[in-house]
Each structure stands twice: as C-alpha cells, then as structure tokens.
Design a protein around this ligand. Sequence first.
Ligand code: MG
Length: 187
Amino acid sequence: MSRNTIYLDMDGVCADWDRAAEAFLGIPPRLNPINGNYTVTEVEWNRLKEAGHFYRDLPLMPGVDQLVDLARQYRDILGWNLFFLTAIPSKNDVPEAFSDKVLWAQEHFPDIEVHFGPYAVDKYKHCRPGDILVDDRRSNCEQWTAAGGLAVKVNDRSLTGAIAALREDLAKRVSLKNLRDLSLDLV
Ligand SMILES: [Mg+2]
C-alpha cells in the first residue's frame, strides 16, 4: 500500500502573508464574503509585486511550530510523506514566487519539500484518497474533500482550531497503529 501524504499550505497557514501585506501596504487584506478569502485590490497587488522577494521574506504564522511538529509526527510515527503544497499567483505575474517559496521553506523548515499546485485550482490534483491538506482557502478544502482527502481548514487567520483538529486526528491514528502493532506482536 502506498504511503499517505500530509500537505501543508504555505500562505495563510505557515507563512503570514496577510501580516506582511498589511505591513507593506499599511492596510490589511479584506475578507471577500463570496469566497471567504482575504484579498487585496488590484492596485495593492501591483504594489506588492514591486516589493521584491515578498514571498521569501514572509514572517511565520503564530503557532506554526506547533502545527509543523504535529505534521512531522504523521511522517515520523505513521510513516507518511510530509510536503508543503503551495500555489503561485493566479496570473503567474510574480516570476520569483517559485524560488522565493523554496528559499522560505529552506530557511524555516528545511526538512519539508515544496510542491506547487502550481495554481490554487490545481491543488486537489495532488490528492490521493486519505491524504490530508491543511489550508486556509475554502475552495481548496472543498475540492480536496471531493477528491477523497481530508481537509483541515484554517479559519480567521488563526491556527488554533486547525492544530486542535490535527492533534485529535493524529491521536486516533497513533492509537490505531499501536493497537495494530500490539496485535502483530501477539501473533
Ligand atoms: Mg493559503
């Protein structure tokens, strides 16, 4: 049986895109009530593009170490793959986004490989049944679930709920594994 994978989104989950955008623009991204995403205007986006290496220099999300440590336990205890699954801007208009995201990961979490959608709408194509995605975008989570995966959604720019959900899921899987190991020992 092939191994399952747990994927962590970067922007809005591990990297604090919104906080960096607010610091640069002087105004925070606003919630789009239709798709539930925090977004900036086109004018603001054009300014961000000029920032240069915006993605490389993103700050960490508060609580990300706890989230990543949990994800590592899927890898280290359960034997899963662990990857970042990130997307490039929808118009592919930030040429350095690919390398900046890899550099960001290498600086903060060098044990985790970066996989690209490449676009957000492609993320679900990475899903094999049972794979987990932690993501802050509603559409990504819905498409992931429809593809047979388990989506853990980050809400309200806070990792608290996602950490709790992941901790609960992991605990169940570890208990099952321990039971399985025990029954194998008894055979
Ligand atoms: Mg995101």
